[in-house]
Structures are given as C-alpha cells and as structure tokens.
Design a protein around this ligand. Structure first.
Ligand SMILES: [Zn+2]
Length: 160
C-alpha cells in the first residue's frame, strides 16, 4: 500500500510537499481517494511513479464502486458521489426529466404549431391532389339531389 509505514517525518514531509493538512494525509492513509493535483507531489515525495499513485487511486475508487459506466454515453468515469450515474453535466441534461412547466410548454407548442402545421399540410395535399385529378381530365360531379332519409316524424317531433 502507498502510505503504509510512513514515519512521523514522512508525514510532515508529505504535508509540506503537498501543501495539505495532516488530516488529509490521515484520510489518504485510511483509504480516501486522492485528488489528481496531489498525485504528482505524492509520487515525487515517495519517489514513486505518478502512474503508481494513479493506479492506487483508481483501485480505491473501483473498490468503492465509484468507477462507473455513464448511463447516457456509456463512458467509464469516476463519480464523486455514490449516487452519480452520468459522466458529465452534458449527459445529466439528457437524463433530467422535464419539469411540468416544460412539458406544458411542449404540449402547447405541439398544439399550436405542429398540429396546425399538419392541418395546413393536409389542406395543401388535398388541393394539389384535386388539381392533379382535374388535370388528368376527370370531373367533379355533384351528388344527385335526393330525399333526406331522416325526417322529424321518425322522432315524433311536431313542427309548429
Ligand atoms: Zn456520459
């Protein structure tokens, strides 16, 4: 382990080298992950390779279940908190459920713009199809006038 067998002198040296408190070092020693900016000073002080510190840290995070796969983009990432499930704010936006207000706005937009647009499109389609029909030499004929099959008698209504 990276911090095992640190003497009091090492403790002090590391503290000065990384410009952190003794508490920080105690936490590192207890297995708390190390922030990236301390990897190099720690490696330098312990005369180890930065890669070793990095691997040590990655191993800690993995043990704590904090190396995760982003639910949106599928990338591996280090989460700061146990509950984090996406790698970045970019992915979080995609995950965030829309608020009621936003949903209402979307519905309004759909009703006002999309539906009326499709109605207009339908009208245009009918118009152009009708013109094509006529251009092909077809005629539009009126239906023959005929008796309405519905009468007031059938529902027992007496007109005044
Ligand atoms: Zn992501």
């Amino acid at each position: 382990m990276l911090f095992s067998g640190l003497s009091d002198q090492d403790f002090q040296g590391l503290k000065d080298f990384c410009n952190v408190t003794k508490t920080s070092i105690r936490r590192w020693k207890a297995g708390q992950p190390i922030k990236k900016r301390y990897w190099k000073p720690i490696a330098n002080y312990l005369k180890k390779d930065v890669k070793e510190v990095e691997n040590y840290n990655a191993e800690l995070l993995r043990k704590q279940g904090r190396i995760k796969v982003c639910r949106i983009c599928g990338k591996e990432f280090q989460s700061r908190f146990q509950r984090t499930i996406v790698c970045s704010s970019k992915c979080r936006i995609k995950l965030k459920p829309k608020s009621d207000y936003k949903l209402k706005m979307d519905m309004h937009y759909k009703n006002v713009f999309i539906d009326s647009l499709s109605k207009q499109e339908t009208r245009d389609l009918i118009r152009s199809e009708t013109i094509n029909y006529l251009n092909r030499g077809s005629k539009i004929e009126k239906l023959k006038p005929e008796e309405a099959y519905f009468t007031f008698d059938s529902i027992g209504y007496e007109p005044l």
